[in-house]
Design a protein around this ligand. Structure first.
Ligand SMILES: Cc1cc2nc3c(=O)[nH]c(=O)nc-3n(C[C@H](O)[C@H](O)[C@H](O)COP(=O)(O)O)c2cc1C
Length: 374
């Protein structure tokens, strides 16, 4: 009989020791390194006798280990019934172990109630600050006067498109300030009972933790010196981190995409992990953080559209380099999303240029629309 390690196993160490995890079945064993060595010898179909010889243990003990690894779902036997798991996993394969376990290890993860103990900790001990500030930084207070956001909702909703080409013209400071305030600024506070007062933004946020911070690389905004700034939520200010135009550097960090390279400014969204994990102590909270970033991304796109700007989003960036640029450590605070905007580029007739025009017959022929017919 031949056996093979199941796909996508992952290893980690924690206080209990070495863990081997099967992300698909979500089973985990605490074990010794020799188990990993044994699984390694089953990376291709192998017999117990050969694996025992390769790993240098007697066949009897390896037989015992293989039996239990098989029953726990870490090894497949040649005569195991094909349960379709393998082919169901096909669409996940391009994402390798990292992408697969990222999803499956948090699937069905037990939701840990915010217990009295956590509540007490959050309310009696010093909780993580709700705001991040750079008290010693040079700062620009943005104008409080906001542009009206009264464009018809249907025009905004249906008019939003991704822009990758921008006019070489500055965005005016009031428009920029309106966008920053409407998307990342303070809308209000709520009485969150034992959790005290919590901030609201125009986008929803799991538990109203608002763990997301906005940094902005300004290149071309009227009366705002080019630089990397942190957006000070409480003050509606820009706190200077580095002076200068870093658009070209940021563009290289974002796969040289014109959506960043031609934009008047780009917002780098980060998550302050502790603000979220102090309350939500289960792995699904990580997913919530990503959803929160998505909400801010959509509000950014719609608000930019309402203000006559073109929005661009990307997750295609080098995390470490972007984090270095804005001066965060990438661990306690980590970059999640880059959102850019500028005035849309127009052609000689004044029509907005979009990289993806409406569909044509040719593009329709190249597509596969599932019509539900045989
Ligand atoms: C999370 C996210 C990441 C994206 N990343 C990129 C990107 O890296 N490069 C790009 O050109 N467009 C990117 N886009 C834009 C999409 O390609 C675009 O939304 C899609 O083509 C639909 O076009 P529309 O936004 O004009 O409706 C991204 C959009 C989202 C929501």
């Amino acid at each position: 009989m031949k056996y093979r390690s199941v796909e996508g196993l992952g290893c980690a160490w924690n206080a209990q020791g070495l863990l081997v995890k099967n992300p698909i079945t979500r089973s985990t064993i605490t074990t010794e390194p020799v188990t990993v060595a044994l699984l390694h010898h089953f990376r291709d179909w192998n017999t117990v006798a050969r694996a025992a010889e390769e790993v240098g243990y007697d066949e009897e003990s390896v037989t015992e280990a293989v039996r239990s690894l098989h029953s726990l779902g870490f090894l497949t036997a040649e005569d195991d019934p094909e349960e379709g798991v393998s082919s169901a996993l096909d669409p996940w394969r391009p994402w390798s172990h990292e992408g697969t376990s990222f999803h499956f290890m948090t699937r069905d993860a037990p939701f840990v109630e915010t217990t009295d103990h956590i509540r007490e900790e959050l309310t009696t001990q010093t909780p993580p600050p709700l705001f991040k500030d750079y008290p010693d930084a040079d700062r620009l207070f943005l104008p409080r006067r906001q542009r009206r956001l009264n464009a018809p909702y249907d025009e905004v909703l249906y008019g939003r498109r991704t822009h990758r080409d921008f006019a070489a013209e500055p965005v005016d400071r009031e428009t920029f300030s309106t966008l920053m305030g409407a998307v990342f600024g303070l809308k209000d506070f709520i009485d969150a009972k034992q959790f005290g007062s919590l901030m609201l933004r125009t986008s929803p946020s799991g538990g109203s933790r608002h763990e997301l911070e906005a940094y902005v690389a300004v290149s071309d905004v009227t009366d705002v010196d080019p630089g990397i700034y942190h957006y000070g939520v409480r003050e509606h200010s820009l706190e200077l981190i580095r002076e200068g135009d870093f658009r070209d550097e940021l563009t290289l960090m974002c796969n040289s995409q014109s959506g960043v390279g031609q934009a008047a400014f780009s917002v780098i969204l980060t998550a302050v992990v502790e603000r979220m994990s102090a309350k939500y102590r289960h792995p699904r909270a990580y997913r919530v953080m990503l959803m929160n970033a998505g909400h801010l991304g959509q509000t950014f796109a719609l608000t930019a559209t309402a203000l006559g700007l073109g929005p661009f989003h990307t997750a295609a960036f080098n995390d470490s380099r972007v984090e270095e640029l804005i001066g965060v450590d990438g661990v306690s605070e980590t970059a999640l999303y880059v959102l850019s905007a500028g005035l849309p580029k127009t052609d000689e007739r004044g029509e907005v240029l979009l990289s993806n025009p409406p569909m044509s017959l040719a593009s329709s022929r190249a597509s596969r629309f599932d019509t539900g017919r045989d």
